[in-house]
Design a protein around this ligand. Structure first.
Ligand code: AQP
Length: 327
């Protein structure tokens, strides 16, 4: 059956980039598909050092944010990756089917290996193989992710092809489902993407930020010295990023936004964007605050998710082992 699979790293509190790039689509797809799995990919998060207590907290916060955004545990299987050991087992099988040049050609590897040089760990190189295992363990066919993930979904397609050729037809083709909205950029460096692990918290808007915090961060967002509001992502990345955020939350086009705000200057426009973001995030934030009072309830949902995901994983892994000759 068509199967939706996607994941998010528990590396902090999800931000509006995660929401607009992925989570919003997840909420939509749980209503249009029968088999839907969303995974908190804790194994991926340790490719960079994580403090154990902070990681535990981030797993909870990520689950709470997903529920607050509208993920419905009756429609989607919401679970934690390391609760289902077959992710790591299938990853190993796939690691042995992946050539070194194939993995080294991935754009994120090129970026990261330059950034971390000799300090880089092997997990940062091989985690796209784990991602392929995450998706294919459930025979995922649709993968709603941000556009930066396209090369990784292509690796999953390659691995499915290689496996099927060597061992017999088993895995379907997984396709990335990319939202129309542009990638959301950092409020401080609007040429790079908004990111949970960026040290400067003013670079992103977390889903749990209070109205005052949101207003402050947008006020301080880096823009240029041109007061007029118009869309030009190449020459005016800062203001264009705010317009992308505005467009994504309202469904308006950049032309409509330009027209509606032609009498405003940057200060006035920032205030307008802060209002829109605050209005959208307030119910989500309130729901997260309520869920923080009910940690057992959130844990129960993750436990039930792990059981349901584990049943599918176990069945598929048994068949994979037979095809590969382990059984
Ligand atoms: N800025 C973004 N704009 C649009 N989509 C984004 N995504 C991430 N940042 C943006 C999408 O969110 C989903 C979950 O991402 P992730 O947490 O698994 O990893 P990531 O892409 O590495 O996100 P972060 O926020 O930058 O986390 P850290 O800092 O921990 O690496 C993915 O579908 C991603 O495309």
């Amino acid at each position: 059956p068509p199967t939706v699979f996607s994941g998010i790293q528990p590396t902090g509190i999800p931000h509006i980039g995660n929401y607009l790039g992925a989570i919003k689509n997840w909420v939509h797809m749980q209503n249009t598909h029968q088999r839907v799995l969303f995974c908190i990919v804790d194994l991926h998060s340790v490719t960079l050092p994580q403090n154990p207590n902070a990681l535990r907290q981030s797993i909870f916060d990520t689950a709470a944010c997903l529920l607050a955004c509208g993920i419905d545990p009756d429609k989607a299987i919401l679970f934690q990756q390391s609760d289902v050991p077959q992710h790591s087992e299938l990853c190993w099988a796939f690691t042995c089917l992946t050539t070194l040049p194939r993995i080294q050609s991935l754009p994120q590897w090129k970026e990261k290996s330059e950034k971390y040089a000799k300090d880089i760990n092997v997990g940062l190189m091989t985690y796209p193989i784990l991602q392929a295992a995450d998706i294919l363990l459930y025979k995922g066919t649709e993968v709603p992710v941000g556009e930066d993930q396209i090369p990784h979904v292509e690796l999953a397609q390659d691995l499915a092809r290689i496996f099927n050729y060597r061992f017999g037809e088993f895995f379907p083709k997984a396709s990335a489902v990319i939202p129309k909205s542009a990638r959301i950029k950092s409020l401080r460096t609007p040429t790079s993407k908004m990111s949970k692990s960026e040290i400067d918290v003013k670079s992103r808007i977390d889903l749990t930020d209070s109205p005052e915090v949101i207003r402050g961060k947008i006020k301080k967002a880096v823009t240029d010295f041109t007061p007029e509001i118009f869309y030009d992502p190449d020459n005016r990345p800062g203001i264009s990023n705010l317009m992308d955020i505005h467009a994504a939350f309202t469904g308006l086009s950049s032309d409509e936004i330009t027209e509606q705000n032609k009498l405003k200057n940057t200060v006035g426009y920032k205030s307008e964007v802060a209002d829109i973001v605050t209005q959208y995030l307030t119910p989500i934030r309130e729901k997260v605050l309520r869920l923080r009072e009910q940690p057992e309830y959130v844990q129960q949902i993750l436990d039930r998710g792990a059981e349901r995901a584990g049943d599918i994983a176990q069945e598929n892994w048994m068949q994979i082992r037979k095809l590969m000759g382990f059984k």
